[in-house]
Design a protein around this ligand. Structure first.
Ligand code: SF4
Length: 454
């Protein structure tokens, strides 16, 4: 059924997987006749009350969940102004039964709830809502993957491309395997044809996405030449695509990172020199309780091997403080690990218990005050290290892909180096997103670099 001139807004919280899902949901809504607000400019415009809002939620941390629920709660007011408005909630949060029940009972203004595994059914679900039904439908991970869904991409010059879905690792703090299902890999041909189409449409950079990209290929049938596809062979195949300038990938798991993958990255000139390799903690005791499957020594060995074959590589990480049982001594190990690893940047998190995970039931939960103190100290060390790593780039010339004008200062351009560092330089008319320019770096802080075109 075609609907005309109705306006929809898609609001995504959380990770890049959700951003990618938002593009597909926007594409499906457009195919249903909705005019979808551009994904880049969707933050709550109060003047226009849309006919449909879909929230794509995250449940990895408690504050992400609270933020999503807060936004959905605010929709009650908008719906009073436009009673015909449809409010939908999708994503990881609603895969959890308890949250779903909360929404069903306490948020009667929500019309549609669907999970991470039935996005492709959105047109059918929406038709039922439009007929007056309140639809709550959340499925388990299917065996078959649905390909070729429409999408409205957030950017033309760069794109996310899913390569795996779900995760089999069950790190003891993590809710993802419970809400995104078991690990499944897309077929090599499906990934390559999606990227070729993106390139034909003007895309210059792809980021291959998965909860654990290094596990790519498990369970796939052998290729026609008899070899088993894996992440290294996939990278080499993507590297062959003409017209593509840059290949990125996230997230890697240190336990599954092999020497073959390091060789594939080092030998593929389109693959960027940036690894996001979550360490999580510097204490072996904490790493074991997290179920991460590596020690700090093994992690640092891996960094040594990576840096030996790619001296210009940037390493970023995720670090968590306040995991159950973390002592001051354990925390000191994390601080020392940051100094030893010389991270280019780190996302730092405070542990928050997620119901249903093993860590949530561990007895020795850390005090909130102690967590607050540790995260402040960790951020200070991370920023000092990142600032001094970035200082080494002053005076060098970096290849930068243009993203556009800086959001904070439109007299400056913004773009990224191959190491994924943000660079600002004076705006020049005619520069388009996706173009490559050389920038001489003149100043460096912990988060950004500044320079001039050279
Ligand atoms: S690897 Fe661990 S932290 Fe990452 S998604 Fe899987 S279970 Fe969660």
């Amino acid at each position: 059924m075609q609907r005309t001139c109705k306006k929809a807004r898609v609001v995504a919280f959380g990770c890049q997987m959700n951003e990618r899902d938002a593009e597909t949901i926007a594409g499906l809504l457009a195919a249903c006749g909705y005019e979808v607000t551009p994904l880049e400019s969707q933050e709550g415009d109060e003047r226009t009350v849309p006919d449909l809002v879909v929230f794509i939620t995250c449940c990895v941390r408690e504050n992400a969940e609270n933020r999503a629920l807060g936004n959905v709660a605010e929709m009650k007011r908008l719906k009073e102004r436009n009673p015909g408005m449809i409010i939908g909630i999708a994503g990881c949060m609603v895969q959890q039964e308890g949250i779903r029940e909360h929404i069903v009972k306490r948020m009667p203004w929500v019309d549609l709830v669907f999970g991470t595994h039935n996005i492709h059914n959105l047109p059918a679900l929406l038709s039922r809502v439009e007929m007056g039904e309140r639809v709550i439908e959340v499925l388990e991970a299917p065996d078959e993957m649905v390909e070729d869904l429409p999408a409205i991409r957030a950017y033309r010059h760069k794109a996310f491309v899913n390569i795996t879905f779900g995760c089999d690792n069950y790190c003891t703090y993590c809710i993802v395997p419970y809400v995104r299902g078991r690990e499944r890999s897309r077929a090599v041909d499906d990934i390559l044809s999606e990227i070729r189409q993106l390139v034909a449409d003007g895309c210059r950079e792809v980021t291959l996405l998965g909860q654990n990209v290094n596990a790519y290929g498990k369970g796939l049938p052998p290729l026609p030449d008899g070899t088993q596809p894996n992440f290294a062979t996939l990278l080499r195949a993507v590297n062959e695509i003409d017209g593509l300038h840059r290949i990125r990938f996230t997230t890697s798991h240190p336990r599954d990172f092999t020497s073959e993958m390091i060789e594939a990255i080092a030998g593929s000139q389109r693959v960027c020199r940036h690894l996001h390799l979550p360490l999580q903690a510097g204490s072996d005791r904490v790493l074991a309780r997290m179920g991460r499957g590596y020690t700090l020594h093994r992690y640092l060995e891996l960094l040594r091997e990576v840096r030996e074959s790619m001296p210009d590589v940037a390493i970023t990480t995720d670090l968590m403080v306040g995991f159950p049982g973390e002592t001051e001594e354990d925390f000191q190990c994390t601080l020392k690990a940051v100094e030893a690893a010389r991270f280019d940047a780190a996302f730092t998190f405070v542990y928050s218990p997620r119901r249903g995970t093993r860590a949530a039931d561990m007895p020795d939960q850390v005090d909130e005050d102690v967590k607050g103190d540790r995260i402040r100290r960790l951020i200070e060390v991370v920023n000092n290290v990142a600032g001094s790593v970035n200082q080494e780039l002053v005076g060098t010339v970096q290849e930068v892909m243009v993203d556009g004008l800086s959001e904070r200062d439109p007299s400056m351009m913004a773009g990224k180096t191959r190491q994924n560092k943000t660079v600002h330089w004076p705006a020049r008319p005619g520069l388009e997103p996706g173009q490559l320019v050389n920038v001489m770096i003149q100043q460096a802080g912990a988060f950004t670099l500044r320079g001039v075109e050279s």
